[in-house]
Ligand binder design. Structure first.
Ligand code: GDP
Ligand code: ZN
Length: 457
């Protein structure tokens, strides 16, 4: 499968003292040799050695750059393949020309993350370690960096593996009792299942708590709650946060500033931004808030547009709908408890299924809203630009799913459900945990994860 040789510039774009081109694959050494003029013959040098020379276009004889070439032979390299790194010194133009030359001599341009993907496919790292590599590249704080580093060393993987081993033992134990029903040990088995499930549930809960603590240094999905004054934005935020942080009043325009709140909706961490009502205003204080909220809206990964269902649409709301209709948006038609006067057809025309009717006041429709958010996220329409989150959200989601499967197994055991049915839930938990480390994930997910990498990694 991995018979071709890939290459890319591995240092960040822009000016720098040196720039490194990384080449990986079975032909990396002979290909680089074709364009490398040096006293060393690359195909014969020992592994893990550095060689001085020049990159020369064999056709024109033109000297492109003065370089140092490092040879790392399989399997002792990042990808476990033959890897050659060319350190160029002539600046960004030279490095691009060197890469072009290599591409003409049989190197294929690497896709983003393809080096790390090869490391994964060749068995050098598991999926959660690969994701941690993304985190390491993008870590925005020292703390986030430390967490990512620990994960890339396999801390999470080890815990997940231990959990899975326990579940396999449990499944084996149950299997035995399915095979030998005459052993009349159903009673004992049920107690045993409950105990083992409890233990695993607690272990997962502990991992999830650790994830929860991370909210300070990790960014959530940036979610802007927008809409005219008095439609119920602050009330919605409070309902979602189940805390009363934002001040709710009857005077339009009293949300003067952008207020932030971190919440977790079905395992997805959101950073909610309650914005001042978006409208033209004379009030200076409010205007600052309005400007900020426009900024929040532009930056948002997800937009919750709140409309008041008990009033006809305002011209400014038509404008708002046009502004956000092509972005990841969920429209909330609020105040369902009052007689409805909104032109719902106009909203439907622009947002189709992405509309949730609710009454924040009567606490109606919150579940539908949470499901709509989760759907949008898991369908991939919403993604945070901070990939520290993306990898962690995936883990949190899978851990939660494994946990509920085990809860179901436990309840089933308590209710005397046949053992082979319980087995299905436990297997489900085992599979979900496996997805975290990449033991049971599909091709498309792998591609999705690796495409988050920057080029050259
Ligand atoms: P914001 O200006 O958009 O943030 O709106 P607020 O959250 O401050 O709410 C404005 C007013 O609408 C307050 O008096 C809320 O109690 C009220 N309100 C919010 N949601 C509902 C609802 O679902 N039904 C009704 N009848 N009133 C609501
Ligand atoms: Zn408000």
């Amino acid at each position: 499968m991995l018979t071709d040789t890939i290459g890319a510039i591995s240092t960040p774009p822009g000016e720098g003292g040196i720039a490194v081109i990384r080449v990986s694959g079975p032909d990396s050494v002979p290909i680089v040799e074709k364009v490398f003029r040096s006293r060393s013959k690359l195909t014969q040098v020992p592994t893990h050695t550095v060689h001085y020379g020049h990159i020369v276009d064999p056709k024109s004889g033109e000297r492109l750059d003065e370089v140092l070439v490092t040879v790392m032979r399989a399997p002792r390299s990042f990808t476990m393949e033959d890897v050659v790194e060319v350190s160029c010194h002539g600046g960004i133009v030279a490095v691009r020309r060197v890469l072009e030359l290599l591409l003409r001599h049989g190197v294929r341009m690497a896709e983003p993350g393809e080096f790390t993907k090869r490391a994964f496919l060749n068995g050098r790292i598991d999926l959660s370690q690969a994701e941690a590599v993304i985190d390491l590249i993008r870590a925005k704080s020292d703390r986030a960096f430390a967490v990512a580093q620990k994960q890339s060393e396999g801390a999470l993987s080890r815990q997940i593996r231990a959990l899975r081993t326990e579940l396999v033992e449990l499944m084996a134990h149950i299997e035995v009792n399915i095979d030998y029903p005459e052993h009349d040990v159903a009673e004992m088995t049920s107690a045993y299942i409950r105990e083992r499930c409890d233990k695993a549930i607690e272990a997962i809960a502990k991992l999830l708590r650790t994830a929860g603590e991370g909210k300070i240094y990790r960014e959530g999905i940036k979610t802007a709650i927008i809409g005219r004054p008095n439609v119920g934005k602050s009330s919605l935020m409070n309902a979602l946060a189940r805390e009363n942080k934002a001040i709710v009043t009857d005077i339009p325009g009293t949300t003067r500033d952008v207020i932030e709140e971190y919440v977790t909706v079905k395992g997805i961490p959101l950073k909610l931004l309650d914005t001042a009502g978006l409208r033209e205003t004379d009030d200076v204080v409010e205007r600052i808030g309005v400007e900020r909220s426009r900024g929040a809206m532009d930056e948002a990964d997800l937009i919750l547009l709140v409309l008041n269902g008990s009033e006809p649409l305002d011209p400014s709301e038509y404008e708002l709908m046009e502004q956000v209709k092509d972005r990841p948006t969920i429209v909330i038609v609020n105040k369902l408890d009052l007689p409805q006067r909104i032109e719902i057809g106009e909203v439907r025309e622009r947002f189709g299924e992405r509309i949730v009717s609710m009454s924040v006041k009567e606490q109606q429709g919150l579940d539908q809203l949470e499901s709509a958010i989760a759907d949008l996220f898991f369908s991939g329409e919403v993604a945070s630009d901070d990939s520290t989150m993306v990898s962690n959200i995936r883990h949190i989601g899978l851990l939660s799913q494994a946990q509920s499967a085990l809860e179901e197994a436990k309840t089933a055991a308590e209710n005397g459900v046949p053992i082979d049915m319980i087995q299905i839930d436990i297997r489900q938990a085992w599979e979900k945990l496996g997805e975290i480390i990449g033991d049971s994930v599909g091709e498309s997910l792998i591609d999705q994860i690796f495409s988050q990498f920057c080029l050259g990694k």
